[in-house]
Write a protein that binds this ligand. Structure first.
Ligand SMILES: [Zn+2]
Length: 297
């Protein structure tokens, strides 16, 4: 256990969980109950998912950009045997931003529990159990030349920066959301305070099409903000006036965890989503001139 945790700087040594954690609940999209257990593991093993309810196929899923198998309203990951885990991004954001490099993540079920639609329960539990510093330095993917992916008016970009900074903009005209922009330099303490509790959201008019596509089946006012024009359907208040763009940053952090190593750079998202986030990681993986391995100790 480290007394200064959660750190207000970017961790430079690898860390794992100092104790076990467990969660249960239904997933946001599939609506199926699942049990999630996390435990600490050795340095240099990364975040390894295991589907404990899968017997006849390889149940292990490791993180790399190609592990992303679906990006419609969430990020699903999988392995070559077709074993998948849906909506991994909020848990991944909590682990990534809290500096947990190495952990075993056992899931009994097909989708990570939605909890309250944010990463708050995951992040609070990580802070409560604490992290254990390991004897290996973190190996960062340091961006040395800008990488950018565009899709019509949407774009994502990574550029050199001496830490991890995320800037996001979203624009939902004629709704309560409107045009929002937020920027943060990521460290465990700042993530806990500014990002972890920001909940996922949906526009009321999108819900029936999502359900027809077998999405949002576990969604409710308890795990999602529902925006109906200029009003909220939820009885509770927003947690931040700009909760929506803060959630966008939460999603970006979860998607960046799929790089498989911590990134040193500045990430800028203009109205983009999970698909473009992953396309940027794939572009980076293809072009080794854009980044190099770096240790900061
Ligand atoms: Zn999300």
């Amino acid at each position: 256990m480290n007394d200064q945790y959660p750190f207000s700087t970017l961790p430079v040594w690898q860390h794992t969980l100092a104790g076990p954690l467990s969660f249960e609940g239904v997933g946001l999209h599939l609506g199926v109950p699942a049990r999630l257990s996390l435990s600490g593991t050795a340095a240099n093993t990364g975040l390894v998912f295991r589907r404990t309810d899968v017997q006849d196929k390889n149940p292990l899923i490791t993180l790399y950009p190609g592990a992303v198998c679906q990006t419609r309203r969430g990020t699903s990951i999988g392995n070559v045997d077709g074993v998948t885990i849906a909506t991994a991004e909020h848990l991944l954001a909590a682990l990534y931003a809290c500096g947990v490099d190495n952990a075993c993540i056992d899931l009994h079920g097909p989708e990570i529990p939605a909890m309250d639609g944010s990463a708050l329960d995951f992040a609070r539990s990580i802070v409560r159990v604490g992290v254990q510093q390991q004897s290996s330095p973190r190996r960062f993917m340091e961006i040395i030349e800008p990488v950018e992916v565009l899709d019509d008016a949407k774009s994502v970009r990574l550029e050199p920066f001496g830490g991890l900074q995320i800037e996001a903009r979203i624009n939902y005209p004629k709704t309560l959301i409107g045009d929002q922009m937020y920027q943060i330099e990521v460290n465990p303490k700042g993530f806990m305070r500014e990002i972890a509790s920001a909940r996922t959201f949906v526009l009321a008019q999108e819900i029936s099409a999502l359900r027809e596509a077998d999405l949002a089946l576990g969604g409710s006012l308890d795990n999602c903000i529902v925006v109906d024009g200029m009003t909220l359907q939820n009885k509770t208040e927003l947690r931040f006036k700009d909760e929506f763009v803060r959630h966008k940053i939460l999603d970006i952090l979860g998607d960046l965890a799929l790089a498989g190593a911590p990134i040193l750079g500045r990430f800028i998202s203009d109205c983009a989503g999970h698909a473009l986030n992953n396309a940027l990681l794939q572009a980076m993986a293809r072009d080794r001139k854009k980044w190099r391995w770096t240790e900061l100790v």
